[in-house]
Design a protein around this ligand. Structure first.
Ligand code: IMP
Ligand code: MG
Length: 182
């Protein structure tokens, strides 16, 4: 058995299912923005959303551009505080519709704060697309506009999602064996 796969207890979303769903989401995005005057800028949140963005954007048949942001929560704050910007956008987004690309919506804090940031920068609209959604963990009253898969309250890894920065390169979404989460 290969090195990474043997740490996985269960595959929650297979590679084939992700690829198929990204194709469907691409078509949904095409339909949604078809009549917009300005095409959306896809803003992907580093690093977890990279594999999702790569798979999704192949199926978006619109004149879009992409950009990246990296944010982190302030250490030791459990409050609904600001997020710290580690890498900001390369361009102005004044008047632009934004499609925010996330790996997972958990408590909802990240997308709430990033959405606020993007509106402060002058975005005309912010929609959210996420590969995974864990609605049972939500602490903030916010939802993604487009969701790949709803998953149960489990800590997952793979297809961009990490555990201590590892396992992002697994081609599927899975749950690690219990001993690794200690
Ligand atoms: P939120 O701000 O609580 O919604 O959390 C969003 C961020 O937490 C995601 O972008 C991930 O980086 C991380 N996260 C939440 N749940 C998981 C998980 O099950 N596995 C890996 N990372 C997660
Ligand atoms: Mg993330």
């Amino acid at each position: 058995m290969s090195i990474l796969h043997q740490d996985v207890k269960e595959v929650l979303v297979s590679e084939a299912a992700i690829i198929e769903r990204c194709k469907e989401l691409g078509h949904i995005v095409n339909d949604f923005y078809r009549d917009y005057e300005r095409m959306p800028l896809l803003v992907a949140i580093l690093k977890g959303s990279i594999p999702f963005l790569s798979e999704l954007m192949k199926h978006i048949d619109l004149d879009i551009e992409i950009d990246f942001m990296d944010v982190s929560s302030y250490e030791g704050t459990e409050s609904i505080g600001d997020v710290r910007i580690i890498k900001d956008l390369n361009q102005s987004i004044k008047g632009l519709p934004i499609l925010l690309v996330e790996d997972i919506v958990d408590t909802g804090r990240t997308i709430q704060e990033v959405k606020r940031l993007l509106f402060n920068k002058g975005a005309s609209e912010v929609k959210i697309i996420t590969l995974l959604d864990k609605p049972s963990r939500r602490l903030i009253d916010i939802d993604a506009d487009f969701v790949g898969f709803e998953i149960p309250n489990e800590f997952v890894i793979g297809f961009g999602l990490d555990f201590n920065e590892k396992y992002r390169n697994l081609p599927y979404v899975g749950i690690l064996k219990d001993e690794f989460y200690k």
